[in-house]
Design a protein around this ligand. Structure first.
Ligand SMILES: [Zn+2]
Length: 391
């Protein structure tokens, strides 16, 4: 090789690179992209206007647009430590706030009530919001309340959050508490059957292992895990073991890989703890004066300490490793994405907020994934499951 060759190569390299860049953006923007889990409703309830570009959190309509998102699951979540009103009243209030937000922006976003709405909203270039319930506590042990929340628009339910319901035990409780009975009770089975009948998606993220297997036995329809990851890569109680991944695939469901750093990298928790001890003065001073919700506070702490977080955070590459593991275990039809944006203060490098979503497509292309398989991972798998479960 001679100097001339290198001169030619250096001329073409930027061109090749920019073509590739163009390619991944094009593939990403044309694909159906569905995110299985976010906590943006909490920010809407705190009074933020997510129709505008915001500097807080990870989600707003402009950033969803640049991230190529078509549809996203918005979680209704009542924390167990908020006892100001009953679970159901708080859940209704959150749904009302979300609906007000959607009604103010009907040209931009719609709520998915039936499966056909998906294509309708997409052809109108609207974002699609899917209401999910994170922890079935607002159902207050009465299956009739399923019909009530279905009417309000809830299309996906997690039987538990970190706290169990009376009829299903959570991953946290099954692992930490000495509980007498694990799994799904008789009442729990009635809930699952009724969800199948109504066309409500059953989401097993946060469920304990026994609950998981009982629901696999009980549900006639595909089930999902909306924001979990792979136990074999990162043994965390919120992640799924190989036989669980296989069981979801066998039912025709999917595992949506989350961006929560603690679930992606098993070394992160320890490093993060050390980071926080080292910076406890700064963290305490932020906490002392903080008036807003705790997630926004964690977001600010993450920003202030970003120089240090950068050294320990997993990256978009790690997310793709989890995707790749599932593809190799059960095939490309049973994996999707479920960020948990606005549900955690810190997120992987290269996935700073929802507008960074195309980086996943770029990484999958770099790994040699075919375009048709990338489209499945980004959203077509989710669409298949929704079609099978929703009315
Ligand atoms: Zn969660």
């Amino acid at each position: 090789m001679n100097g001339k060759f290198f001169a030619q190569l250096s001329f073409f390299l930027p061109l090749i690179f920019s073509l590739q860049t163009l390619d991944y953006q094009k593939i990403h923007q044309q694909a159906i992209v569905i995110d299985g889990h976010n906590d943006a409703i909490q920010r809407i309830v705190s009074g933020e206007d997510l129709a505008k570009l915001t500097t807080n959190g990870h989600i707003d309509i402009p950033r969803m647009r640049s991230g190529g998102i078509d549809a996203a699951f918005f979680a209704v979540w009542v924390p167990p430590y908020n006892k100001s009103q009953s679970y159901s009243k708080q859940a209704v209030k959150q749904i009302e706030k979300f609906k007000q937000f959607v009604e103010k922006n009907t040209d931009q976003i719609g709520i998915l009530m039936k499966f056909d709405d998906f294509e309708k909203f997409r052809s109108q270039k609207k974002l699609i919001g899917i209401l999910s319930m994170e922890g079935a506590h607002p159902l207050e042990d009465n299956t009739k309340n399923l019909d009530f929340f279905y009417e309000l628009g809830v299309r996906s339910i997690m039987p538990t959050w970190n706290n169990s319901t009376s009829w299903a035990t959570s991953a946290t409780d099954e692992n930490q508490k000495k509980i007498k009975r694990k799994g799904l009770s008789e009442l729990g089975k009635k809930f699952i059957k009724r969800m199948n009948e109504l066309g409500i998606l059953i989401d097993l993220s946060h469920s304990g292992e026994q609950t998981f297997w009982d629901i696999i036995q009980t549900s006639d329809k595909p089930v999902i895990a909306s924001h979990s990851a792979v136990w074999e890569i990162c043994p965390h109680i919120r992640n799924l073991k190989d036989d669980q991944i296989k069981a979801i695939a066998k039912k025709g469901g999917l595992i949506a890989i989350t961006f929560v750093p603690w679930f992606l990298d098993s070394t992160f928790a320890k490093k993060e703890k050390e980071l926080r001890i080292k910076n406890s003065k700064l963290i305490d001073s932020v906490k002392k004066d903080w008036k807003g919700n705790s997630l926004s506070r964690e977001f600010i702490i993450g920003k202030l300490l970003m120089n240090e977080y950068e050294k320990i955070l997993p990256s978009v590459e790690t997310v793709v490793e989890h995707i790749d593991y599932i593809v190799r275990l059960v095939g490309v039809d049973y994996v999707g994405l479920g960020s948990d944006f606005d549900g955690v203060g810190i997120v992987p490098l290269g996935l700073d907020d929802v507008s960074y979503y195309p980086n996943i497509t770029r990484k999958l292309l770099e790994r040699g994934y075919a375009e048709k398989d990338i489209r499945k991972i980004l959203g077509e798998n989710f669409l298949r499951v929704l079609k099978e479960v929703l009315k």
